[in-house]
Design a protein around this ligand. Structure first.
Ligand SMILES: CC(=O)SCCNC(=O)CCNC(=O)[C@H](O)C(C)(C)COP(=O)(O)OP(=O)(O)OC[C@H]1O[C@@H](n2cnc3c(N)ncnc32)[C@H](O)[C@@H]1OP(=O)(O)O
Length: 434
């Protein structure tokens, strides 16, 4: 379907009045950016990049960003009295992303990105106004959850977000490990993003639909995974290898670049993205990476907690997890809609008392799961479990957080029952940043 403003209400919903008022009292102005106005949009893109300590984008990179980010709701805060008043002092953008939930359905999720406040205007409540605005607009449009990936994990708890998926980082000593996984089948070949785009998008669609926590791709996100965006450092060094099944079906790809070291026989491979829609693709692409000549180390991030790599090599300590980090943060905005969209691996019943300081979805709910399918109704019965909306976000996608949250006092009551109902055998995963 052709996307127009009419069928994308996130683009047309006016700015949030409460935040506009709060900012106006500080002499600042909240506004939507017209992404068809190149000059205004470029100022916003520059401010966004500056906020993350990036450089000024080239004309070519700006053209690409404008094209790929046009359909996001793009919000700015302006200080109209400073000399550079066309340059936003606050930025955020958002769109409605289908988020895969346990059982394979998707829930519409308000994806929030590019939250920046100019260092000249920090700690005056600009981010507070932007986040409040995003959540109220999403809620007004009936979007049941909000999601984000974060630069710092201390920021978003105050708005009801909880960490819902965790990502692992790996370093593999390829001079030490030997492939002991299954024989790999299928075909590997080099390609490039221009030739591979259609097949690559089909692979990404399967990957994202296949795991709770993944979000549907947008052209902007897919471009970054298949190859470098324009103007990225070392863009010319990116390589793209596709995996096709013996029948010729596209099932996976890896994009990566080789980094020099002092020793020419010991390059490091930085994996940009490894996409595998099948176990065969996963094993073939891992084997490809691990057996590259002139390479001593493979470095990869944003893999799941259940990455099977250690079982595929001769020396388990040669494939080390060098980091485990919170990745996707979830903020439930509508408890019944969110909880009835996902499936459950066990049947049961729980009365949940959900505390939501911002008042979107707090209350007492009876969750009844039968045949894996939930119904939710409000109730005045005594709760089995009391928890913050953050904690509910943390267990929502199946992550194993109930016990820790209970030890921390963020979940009280029958945390074991909460765990039994919400946790999934396969941990949720988000394999990209947004
Ligand atoms: C989804 C994403 O886009 S993640 C990216 C977040 N952005 C960045 O990391 C870019 C660099 N940082 C920034 O641009 C800014 O510092 C921001 C956006 C993080 C915060 O903007 P500000 O306008 O200064 O935040 P604001 O004044 O509204 O502060 C709100 C609260 O968060 C706290 N806070 C804000 N930033 C931080 C931080 N980095 N670390 C700890 N606390 C923080 C403030 O102390 C304040 O606390 P309080 O409510 O208890 O008083």
């Amino acid at each position: 379907m052709t996307q127009t403003h009419e069928n994308q209400p996130h683009l047309t919903q006016p700015v949030d009045e409460q935040s506009a008022r709060a900012l106006s009292e500080k002499g600042l102005r909240l506004a939507l950016v017209d992404t068809t106005d190149d000059a205004a949009f470029d100022e916003w893109l520059h401010a966004d990049s500056r906020g993350f300590l990036g450089g000024r984008d080239s004309a070519e990179a700006l053209t690409e960003s404008r094209e790929l980010l046009r359909d996001r709701r793009t919000t700015a805060v302006y200080d109209d009295v400073i000399p550079s008043s066309a340059s936003p002092v606050g930025t955020v953008n958002s769109w409605v992303a289908p988020l895969t939930v346990p059982g394979g359905a998707t829930v519409p999720a308000w994806a929030i990105s590019s939250v920046t406040v100019a260092p000249t205007h920090r700690r005056r409540g600009v981010a507070t106004a932007l986040l409040g605005s995003e959540l109220r607009v999403a809620h007004a449009l009936g979007v049941p959850v909000a999601i984000l990936t974060v630069s710092e994990s201390v920021i978003y708890g105050r708005w009801g977000f909880g960490p819902a998926t965790f990502a692992t980082e790996w370093r593999v000593d390829t001079k030490r490990v030997r492939w002991t996984g299954p024989a790999t089948v299928g075909r590997l070949s080099f390609t490039d993003p221009a030739d591979y785009r259609e097949d690559g998008n089909a692979v990404l669609d399967r990957v994202m639909a296949g795991r709770a926590g993944e979000i549907a791709m947008t052209p902007y996100l897919a471009e970054r995974l298949m190859g470098p965006r324009k103007g990225m450092p070392e863009a010319e060094k990116y390589r793209l290898v596709r995996y096709d099944s013996p029948a010729g079906e596209p099932e996976g790809f890896v994009s990566y670049l080789a980094k020099d070291t002092d020793d020419f026989t010991k390059h490091t491979i930085e994996v940009n993205y490894l996409a595998a829609a099948t176990d065969e693709a996963l094993t073939a692409l891992w084997r490809f990476l691990l057996e590259l000549d002139l390479v001593a180390q493979v470095h990869v991030t944003t893999r799941g907690l259940d990455e099977p790599l250690p079982y595929l090599v001769s020396d388990i300590r040669g494939a080390r997890v060098t980091g485990v980090e919170d990745h996707l943060w979830v903020r439930i905005l509508d408890v019944p809609a969110a909880l009835t969209t996902r499936r459950y691996e066990h049947d049961g019943e729980l009365v949940l008392d959900v505390a939501d300081d911002l008042g979107f979805t707090g209350g007492r709910y009876r969750l009844t799961v039968s045949g894996g399918q939930a119904t939710v109704e409000t109730t005045t019965d005594d709760p089995d479990v009391s928890l913050t909306v953050n904690a509910l976000g943390s267990v929502y996608l199946g992550h194993d957080a109930a016990r820790g949250l209970s030890v921390a006092g963020k979940v009280t009551g029958d945390a074991a029952a909460l765990d039994r109902l919400f946790r999934t055998a396969t941990p949720p995963r988000l394999s990209t940043w947004f």
